[in-house]
Write a protein that binds this ligand. Structure first.
Ligand SMILES: *Cc1c(COP(=O)(O)O)cnc(C)c1O
Length: 377
């Protein structure tokens, strides 16, 4: 991942400064408030943000942690998942989804994804479950909900935990409910370029399971529930007050920002269709779903040449992601070999175009012109 410095680009991939400028008085006041109060870790801002974000997701509890990766890892730890256990994840996601499994000593088991949404293919899920399976981590990749009804039904039937990786999907909706409310627990990341981004690292777990929430609060504080006796091997993994104060401000704007992302994504697709870009596959939104377009991943043969041509014209793009999880060396060693043809084909052809709420129609037109101009007709 990593943030790209794109200040020279005519169209950057993301523009975090533009967003800051649009809400500067609110952000500056929130930061000053924390500095004046002098509480920097686990104070009133974190507590308020946990309540507000859990309510936004339609869950009872929110637990702020240091990152999205920690959120996933701590959920697995809280469920007592470790060596000898298997956790199913999609074969295609950001590497942290499967890293969390390896970090607790369990084995990731990959399931191929659907070509339409790039999310875990529920039709292949049942076959991957073994007596050692303890959980399924399903990802709402790119901001589109995974197929929640069958995935939740299979998890329930197999009596395994369903963990939602919501890192790219805050605010996305399936069947009238926000993501984060379908599983036993859900993990969010506030990495700066996510739809809800902090000015540093941050993460969150939401759940309606009270005992899980209590366990997570202990695990993020060295393994102590009462802050005196350490009853389990915990971590230091906390969301800090400055980030929580910033996130509280930004949460008030997330609906507007997600709507702007969706509008821009629809504009891209509309313009590409007018240009008859026939060899390209565009992101789609399934009926009953609200896509929050963390990214606009076009899929197109000749991706690398296109990327270079766009770069020459000052248009920043990025590949999310060049490898399937099964192809990542550190994961492959533990998970073993496997063939995931859909994930592999996405990895070879996917290219994220510039997308952020402040993107203008003129910039979208520039990108579309450059893409169609760079492709052989
Ligand atoms: C960003 C991301 C993570 C990890 O979040 P961090 O806050 O960077 O640790 C996990 N899963 C997915 C799908 C992500 O996009």
């Amino acid at each position: 991942m990593g943030q790209v410095n794109v200040s020279q680009a005519k169209v950057p991939l993301v523009d975090l400064q533009a967003q800051y400028r649009s809400i500067k008085p609110e952000i500056d006041a929130a930061i000053a408030g924390v500095l004046e109060r002098g509480t920097f870790v686990l104070g009133p801002e974190v507590e308020a943000f946990e309540k507000e974000s859990a309510a936004y997701c339609g869950t009872e509890h929110g637990i702020g942690v240091a990152s999205g990766t920690d959120a996933l890892e701590l959920i697995l730890r809280a469920y007592g998942i470790g060596p000898g256990d298997e956790v199913i994840t999609p074969a295609y996601s950001f590497v942290a989804t499967a890293l969390a499994v390896v970090l607790v000593g369990a084995k990731p088991v990959f399931v191929d994804v659907e070509p339409e949404t790039c999310n875990i293919d529920a039709k292949l899920l049942r076959k991957a479950i073994t007596p050692r399976t303890k959980a399924i981590i399903a990802v709402h990749l790119y901001g589109h909900p995974f197929d929640v009804t069958p995935v939740a039904a299979i998890a329930k039937e197999a009596k395994v935990k369903l963990v939602e990786d919501c890192a790219q999907a805050i605010g996305a909706i399936a069947n009238g409910k926000r993501v984060g409310s379908f599983g036993d627990a859900a993990a969010f990341s506030f990495y700066p370029s996510k739809n809800l981004g902090a000015y540093g690292d941050g993460g969150l777990v939401v759940t309606s399971d009270r005992s899980l929430a209590e366990r997570l609060r202990a695990l993020r504080w060295y393994g102590s529930a009462d802050r005196t006796t350490v009853t389990e091997l915990g971590r230091n993994s906390r969301l800090d007050e400055l980030q929580a104060a910033i996130l509280r401000v930004k949460l008030r704007h997330i609906e507007r920002w997600n709507a702007a992302r969706a509008k821009h994504a629809e504009k891209y697709t509309e313009l590409f269709k007018q240009r008859a870009l026939n060899r390209a596959v565009f992101p789609l939104q399934r009926p009953g779903c609200r896509h929050v377009y963390h990214l606009y991943p076009l899929r197109i043969p000749g991706r690398d040449a296109l990327r270079q041509a766009l770069q020459k014209q000052g248009i920043a793009t990025q590949v999310h992601y060049s490898y399937t999880l099964a192809e990542q060396p550190v994961l492959a060693k533990i998970a073993g070999a496997g063939s995931f043809p859909v994930a592999e084909s996405i990895a070879r052809t996917v290219l994220s175009l510039p997308l952020y709420p402040e993107l203008t129609d003129a910039q979208i037109a520039t990108v579309v012109d450059a893409v169609s101009g760079a492709l052989p007709s």
